[in-house]
Design a protein around this ligand. Structure first.
Ligand code: MG
Length: 370
């Protein structure tokens, strides 16, 4: 099998209720810039990054895929995905201008498309190719009820619906708003509405200063929170280490870290408890696996951030022993040929061959129109 063509793809999918916000970001669409990799055997592999649907930067990502990585990929056998990843990752001209950022997001999309091709070639869902088991219980927690721009009543009723009607046992709430007092009031209201048995995660998206994080975390202890995610700036290793030594609620982070070595530093410093790599922020499934193995060595749970809207992560989580819980956000549900399925709060192992990123006919029509 040989790679014959790379076709750029940019998909912008609307988010829930036309717009969501956390403490740091506000968006109306989720972006999926990526690539369709064609082969001489007619098989097509799809891989995407995850963005805030900003067309100028999405174009930079697909240009990097097609113009920088493309010539190195033509004629290669896509099934040799790890060897190709090493070759692309160590490509001197590209790594000179970025071991993170655009080049890394681009490599992530390429790597996902290559794993997609390899799994499709074998007629297997990726989780099976990676050695996973259909009997594994992979729980989903839902982030889509807890946005910071939802009025309090909406957030409470959304979280209640997710729990009572859809069967989730865990939800995430955004915090880090202008008033810590208001953050605490919102968390308290959801805790009261859901009762003591539902797990609640919080995510400040890096908004707090270290003293604010210490103070707010101490108050959050009253509400039995599973973790505080990105309490301070995402790359502040020493700040997170000091915070971890000071508060009792565990710290989750990793969605904005680009490479295995950064995860190593946070883990070795004791600055993270729940490790949150993202295949679309790292350079794909290949590097995600390295991070998950590393976390597993330290007996830390891996609970990925879903920049792919969980389509690929469900596969790696069904296979990797460090993963038993995965975020769920539904924004690509209507745009994928085989959207992730949750039943009673647990992921259902996908049957379809591939890595789960094949766009639906509707998505392909939208892409072609754009
Ligand atoms: Mg987050």
């Amino acid at each position: 099998m040989k790679i014959t063509k790379l076709e750029p793809i940019i998909l912008h999918a609307p988010v829930t209720r036309g717009g969501i916000a956390d403490s740091t970001h506000r968006l109306t669409h989720w972006g999926a810039p990526g690539v369709a990799i064609h082969t001489d055997e007619g098989q097509i592999g799809y891989g995407f990054s995850g963005t805030h649907a900003h067309l100028p930067t999405d174009r930079l990502i697909v240009d990097c895929i097609v113009d920088s990585y493309g010539p190195l990929l033509l004629g290669k056998d896509p099934r040799e995905v790890r060897a190709i990843w090493e070759m692309l990752h160590n490509q001197p001209e590209i790594s000179w201008v970025g071991r993170a950022g655009i080049t890394h997001l681009a490599l992530g999309a390429v790597d996902i498309a290559l794993w997609d091709l390899k799994a499709k070639d074998l007629g297997l869902p990726l989780w099976r190719l990676l050695g996973g088991s259909a009997s594994k219980r992979l729980e989903a927690y839902n982030t889509d009820g807890g946005w910071l721009n939802w009025p309090l009543e909406t957030m409470v009723s959304d979280c209640k619906r997710l729990v009572e009607e859809e069967g989730y046992k865990a939800v995430k709430l955004k915090v880090g708003g202008p008033s810590s007092r208001e953050d605490l009031r919102r968390v308290e209201a959801v805790r009261k509405a859901l009762g003591p048995d539902i797990r609640i995660m919080t995510d400040a998206n890096g908004r707090w200063t270290l003293p604010q994080a210490i103070q707010t975390a101490r108050h959050l202890e009253d509400f039995d929170i599973v973790w505080i995610e990105e309490p301070i700036g995402f790359d502040d290793l020493d700040g997170h280490r000091r915070l971890a030594e000071t508060i009792s609620t565990p710290i989750a982070l990793g969605e904005q870290l680009y490479m295995t070595a950064q995860f190593r530093d946070f883990i070795e410093a004791g600055a993270v408890h729940y490790v949150q790599p993202d295949v679309v922020r790292l350079a794909g499934i290949t590097e995600f696996w390295q991070v998950a193995d590393l976390a597993h060595c330290y007996e830390l749970p891996v609970v990925p951030h879903v920049g792919d809207m969980c389509q690929v992560h469900q596969h790696v989580c069904f296979a990797h022993p460090a993963c038993s819980l995965l975020e769920y956000i539904p924004w690509l549900r209507d745009w994928m040929e085989a959207p992730a399925r949750i039943e009673a709060g647990f992921y259902v192992a996908p049957d379809e061959p591939g890595a789960g990123m094949t766009p639906s006919l509707r998505a392909l029509a939208e892409i072609n129109k754009a």
